[in-house]
Design a binder for this molecule. Structure first.
Ligand SMILES: Nc1ncnc2c1ncn2[C@@H]1O[C@H](COP(=O)(O)OP(=O)(O)OP(=O)(O)O)[C@@H](O)[C@H]1O
Ligand SMILES: [Mg+2]
Length: 274
């Protein structure tokens, strides 16, 4: 796998965007300080959404109203609520696809006693991976390898950079249990569960700090659903995960914190009604 990925990295497909690869293997959220320091610091970090309001440009109504949410690194958060309440809109803000009208989205470090440790850092889109609802509908390439490397730099990147990307592919494929499939396979020929694995792997190649998943079980048969739930259980060991879902019962065992999005776009922390 690594050899073929590295070979492909030397001649990647046409690119439409450039995303800098991030160092892999670090622990938890990476702040600028922790990137500079080789040693592992004590304490923990968490995602903090502070009084976020969102009104789409040119409209008169807020879709989200003063949203507050915090999620500690390597934990699993779940947002549920009625259709049209604003769940996907919130994920889009967290992924940097649109900007809050007011409020902030940041990473805050704490020491072991729970005291603030330094200033908060803004959450940038490079640190977030998002898997949309029905991600397989957006697969474009003819092979798994092209799908994963879509958007990689075509000429300018040096060999070291491409080797790092190839290593990231191997790590991502291992972590989603895709190491047995051929990189030449047509993504559309994969089973439903494996397509979701591939969609997750595409995000994990960029080693995001935060993984956002919109309805990860939607449209899957019972076997694939169980498969994806098990995968999320594994991913939680190393990643911070925030999921939007209506499938509360199946995800319940993984959930550390949960919130209900109420109609009109206000978020309330609430245990799952299961
Ligand atoms: N750009 C926009 N301008 C105006 N209204 C929008 C815009 N984008 C979404 N909406 C509206 O915002 C509301 C929230 O939509 P959103 O997709 O976030 O809901 P949701 O909770 O994810 O619903 P579902 O469970 O059906 O996926 C909906 O009423 C939607 O029509
Ligand atoms: Mg939605």
């Amino acid at each position: 796998m690594l050899a073929s990925a590295a070979a492909a990295a030397a001649v990647p497909p046409a690119s439409t965007s450039y995303s800098p690869v991030k160092p892999s293997g670090s622990r938890g959220w990476r702040t600028s300080r922790s990137r500079r320091a080789a040693r592992v610091e004590a304490g923990y970090s968490q995602l903090e959404v502070r009084k976020v309001t969102y009104r789409p440009p040119g409209t008169e109504h807020n879709l989200l109203n003063e949203i507050n949410l915090s999620l500690r690194e390597k934990s699993f958060g779940l947002i549920f609520g009625r259709s049209g309440s604003g769940k996907t809109t919130l994920l889009q803000l967290l992924a940097g696809l649109s900007e809050p009208t007011s409020g902030s989205i940041c990473i805050q470090k704490y020491d072991d006693s729970g005291n603030l440790n330094g200033k908060s850092e803004m959450l940038t889109s490079q640190r977030v991976g998002i898997v949309f609802q029905f991600p397989e509908r957006y697969f474009l390439a003819d092979t798994v390898l092209e799908e994963v490397t879509f958007g990689w730099p075509r000429q300018k990147a040096d060999l070291l950079f491409k080797e790092q990307l190839a290593l990231n592919i191997q790590n991502a494929f291992n972590s989603v249990g895709l190491k047995t499939i051929s990189l030449d396979e047509d993504p559309q020929s994969l089973s439903g569960g494996f397509k979701r694995r591939l969609a997750l792997a595409i995000q994990l190649v960029q080693t995001p700090d935060l993984l956002l998943l919109d309805e990860p079980l939607a449209g899957l048969d019972w076997k694939a659903r169980a498969d994806v739930v098990n995968l999320l259980k594994d991913l939680k060991k190393h990643h911070t995960i925030l999921v939007v879902s209506h499938d509360l019962r199946e995800l319940y065992p993984q959930v550390d914190r949960s919130w209900r999005m109420q109609m009109g776009g206000s978020l309330k922390e609430e245990t799952l009604p299961v």
